[in-house]
Ligand binder design. Structure first.
Ligand code: BES
Ligand code: MN
Ligand code: MN
Length: 460
């Protein structure tokens, strides 16, 4: 299989051109104005699966955005790998913070990516990463190097909570029958330090509304005598962390799986440069729950963060107003064995209980998802580790990722399948942020590594 390197060398430009074409489609799942583009991206994915040699390729409609499916069954008695990814992307706003347009992919060199990175929304999350699988599949098909069966399922609603994927999986249990799920939608520690995520956090996401008086008021005439919903909401939010940055919602930590001292020590062995971390973010210090390291705070501890807060007057100049309403979007990242619906309920109860007289509050749950931990002793994990070792020259470090891919827990529950999170991006690639990018080296390294995963997995 040494020819994978040659294959990449010969086809590098085309691999980039094709990815660029996909990146030019603004497949923003959250915004219905882009539904046509999301559909266009689905067709593009289906067509690239077909061209690469997949059978039974189908753009499967759902009540939301479509799921693209394709497969190559070479021998039913051989194992089957189910590749999962998502072709939808986060909104690109605020546009003015992008140095180059989000849907006009541009190659630029950076300190971390001296060979160039592709700047575009979705370049790392997840178009650049799932497209590696289609190119690796193309290589395996053209070179008689596909050693087992492959099924590919690329969805269009990951960034909005994968609302229709669970039903699709339940309705297509036979079609999706496999031995393991392979996903590239996470990060490695650094290009010279490969890693494999062995866990993802769960998520509870709520929107809150605080209502004071029945209408916006003159802040002079009424101010001081009527509860200001923005003041109240700010105070309520602030009260949800104590002086140790511990979350104050009663029962919030009840089910949290505590790691043993040995497990924590292991987790903290992963290379982590606090100074570089602070420098990258231009912060003078990190913040978080007392008693835990940065790796623990993002990997094994739950959190509560405000994602957006609004209300009152935010236009030009000043307007003296005591607003009628204030709003916030709040997310909680969950760890084993917290349960998303239970945490949402605890939040709701607590939020209602701390609301002072004079305001009314409403808590609306958004999407959620359960945390997962993936095994490090499975055939698939070991195959992924060996594949990365082959192409990076270093054994990957197991790490706990802080992000969420809710569908991974669902694959376990509904399909009985464990996942391997073999991602190739970097945390610093600005996922969900302006100027998202993906290293060209990372893209090509992924294409090179994936066929080795299939080889080692099939051999095991
Ligand atoms: N690919 C990310 C998750 C991720 C990124 C995991 C980096 C580990 C490392 C995924 O697309 C994502 O952004 N998920 C959302 C959750 C979803 C329900 C909107 C998240 O984590 O906020
Ligand atoms: Mn993603
Ligand atoms: Mn994402």
């Amino acid at each position: 299989m040494s020819d994978i390197k040659n294959y990449i060398e010969e086809n590098k430009q085309r691999f980039l051109d094709e990815l660029f074409e996909l990146l030019r489609i603004p497949s923003i799942s959250a915004d219905s104005a882009y539904a046509g583009d999301v559909a266009k991206a689905a067709e593009f994915v289906a067509e690239s699966m077909r061209k690469a040699g997949a059978d039974n390729v189908e753009v499967c409609p759902t009540p939301g955005h479509p799921i693209v499916y394709g497969e190559k069954i070479i021998d039913a008695s051989l194992p089957t790998v189910l590749v999962y990814g998502h072709y939808d992307v986060q909104p690109a706003v605020p546009l003015e913070l992008w140095d180059t347009p989000p849907f006009e992919p541009t190659i630029k060199k950076t300190a971390i990516h001296p060979d160039g990175a592709i700047f575009a929304r979705g370049s790392a999350d997840d178009k650049g990463q799932f497209y590696m699988h289609i190119k690796a599949f193309e290589y395996m098909m053209k070179n008689g190097a596909l050693p087992c069966n492959i099924k590919m399922m690329i969805e269009g609603e990951e960034e909005v909570g994968s609302n229709n994927l669970a039903n699709f999986c339940i309705a297509n249990k036979d079609r999706l029958k496999a031995d393991v799920v392979l996903i590239s939608d996470t990060s490695i520690i650094a290009n010279d330090c490969p890693s494999i995520d062995t866990g993802l956090r769960g998520l509870s996401y709520v929107e809150v509304e605080v209502t004071g008086p029945n209408r916006d008021l003159h802040s002079g005439v009424y101010g001081g005598a009527v509860a200001n919903p923005i003041n109240i909401l700010s105070k309520m939010i602030a009260s949800m962390h104590d002086e140790n940055n511990h979350i104050t919602i009663p029962g919030f930590y009840d089910k949290v799986a505590e790691l043993s001292a040995a497990e924590r020590e292991d987790l903290n062995k992963a290379p982590f440069d606090l100074e570089a971390y602070k420098k990258d973010l231009n912060i003078s210090d990190v913040w978080g729950e007392k008693g835990y390291t940065v790796l623990e705070r993002t990997g094994i501890r739950p959190t509560l963060d405000v994602n957006g807060i609004w209300g009152g007057y935010i236009g030009e100049g000043a307007k003296t107003v005591l607003p009628s309403k204030a709003y916030a979007k709040i997310s909680m990242r969950l760890v084993p064995n917290q349960v998303s619906d239970e945490i949402t309920e605890l939040f709701k109860k607590h939020f209602e209980s701390i609301a002072p007289a004079g305001v009314q509050v409403q808590v609306k749950p958004h999407h959620g998802g359960e945390p997962v931990v993936t095994p490090t002793n499975s055939k698939a994990y070991l195959a992924a580790a060996k594949a990365m070792e082959t192409t990076f020259g270093k054994t990957p470090v197991p790490t706990r990722g802080g992000g969420s891919i809710p569908i991974v827990a669902m694959f376990e529950k509904e399909l009985g399948l464990k996942s391997v999170l073999m991602g190739f991006g970097l945390d610093s690639d600005a996922l969900h942020s302006p100027n998202e990018h993906y290293g060209i080296t990372n893209y090509l390294k992924g294409i090179e590594t994936i066929p080795y995963f299939f080889k080692y997995y099939a051999e095991a």
